[in-house]
Ligand binder design. Structure first.
Ligand code: ADP
Length: 333
């Protein structure tokens, strides 16, 4: 005889780790879908810290109105060292029991999913949703916030280009991406950078920077744009090296946290809404323990442990494309 499925009455939702535009859109979709299924939704504040401290708020229809297009996260986000300890996690499970949570939707990156895996091992059903501007979650083609961050960086660099062009200068722009160059490469292609330095490509300063600038100069370019992913090294060091080697004096811009802010783009709002919906629908249909991921445009559920083991590699053809397009400028004259 089939076992009767446990009725889900109340779930929690939290945002954890680094924030990204579109997190609010997920929170809204989770709360709204929960309402649709007759499930109560509790917002846990400050990621896993809120589970430990019982820091929560009931998410009513009013609470999630008008947040679809707002950057940041109304639930706040945090990194929580206490959750790395057994005692901390026990407290968190205690809060889940006290609140009568039948499941948690955890929105964040790999660290957040490692925490989610621990929670599910302790008997709390969890669904993960990938949200990070780095797009470096192995199991999912796309992560919420990436498109918005790219567009923010592109907008800033377009403005920089105007002034660099007026003064015929070289610009070194540092974008986020400690371990992955998705953001830098995408942005570099979109702004027509002279060169993009990413962690996935071992830096050959002479070839990747000096020759590129020299070739561009020979082809008639009077200003140069070097985009550096922060994982490669400091933009200031790259600029100093350019000055020492070529004798031009680059201006450095570190875009920093501005890339994490701003209204999410249409792509991020739409993906966030779909992911939030599918996470709650999984709970409502009696499933848990997975990360919601995009695959070939569709949405799939991947068991958290499997998801954490998956690796995503930057498509290096993009690097080759950038190189080809930048180098072709040398034939212009
Ligand atoms: P992100 O989710 O953006 O990758 P972090 O790596 O900072 O961000 O992780 C967010 C939080 O997830 C951490 O502060 C911690 O509370 C929790 N977490 C990360 N790794 C683990 C782990 N191995 N076990 C339990 N919790 C973890």
């Amino acid at each position: 005889m089939e076992q009767e499925q446990k009725k889900i009455r109340r779930i929690g939702v939290l945002t954890s780790g680094g924030d990204s535009p579109g997190m609010n859109a997920v929170v809204r979709a989770v709360a709204r879908t929960a309402m649709y299924y007759g499930i109560e939704c509790v917002g846990i504040r400050r990621g896993y810290q809120g589970l430990i401290n019982s820091d929560f708020v009931m998410l009513t229809a009013d609470m999630v109105r008008h947040i679809l297009g707002r950057g940041g996260t109304i639930l706040y986000t945090a990194r929580c060292d206490e959750f790395l300890t057994e005692k901390g996690r026990e407290k968190a499970v205690g809060t889940c029991r006290m609140l009568g949570l039948d499941g948690i939707v955890a929105i964040g990156g790999d660290g957040t999913f490692r925490g989610a895996l621990e929670l599910s091992r302790l008997g709390v059903p969890v669904m993960g949703i990938p949200a990070t501007i780095d797009n470096d979650i192995g199991c999912s083609n796309y992560t919420i916030g990436f498109d918005s961050a790219c567009n923010t960086a592109i907008e800033c660099i377009d403005k920089l280009r105007d002034t660099m062009q007026s003064h015929e200068r070289c610009s070194v722009v540092e974008v986020m991406g400690r371990h992955a160059g998705f953001l830098a490469l995408y942005v570099g292609i979109a702004v027509g950078a002279t060169s993009v330095l990413i962690p996935e490509h071992e830096l050959n300063f002479e070839h990747d920077v000096v020759e590129r600038i020299q070739n561009a100069r020979l082809a008639g370019a009077t200003h140069f744009m070097i985009v550096v992913a922060e994982g490669v090294g400091s933009a200031f060091e790259i600029a100093t090296k350019i000055k020492e080697t070529i004798g031009i004096d680059p201006r450095v811009t570190v875009l920093g946290h501005i890339q994490r802010g701003g209204a999410p783009t249409g792509r991020d709002r739409e993906t966030a809404t779909r992911m939030g919906y599918y996470a709650v629908r999984a709970f409502a249909e009696g499933r848990a323990g997975s990360v919601i991921a995009t695959k070939e445009g569709g949405i799939v559920e991947i068991p958290i442990e499997e998801a954490l083991a998956m690796k995503k590699h930057l498509q290096m053809d993009r690097y080759e494309i950038l190189e080809a397009i930048a180098a072709s400028g040398t034939l212009r004259k």
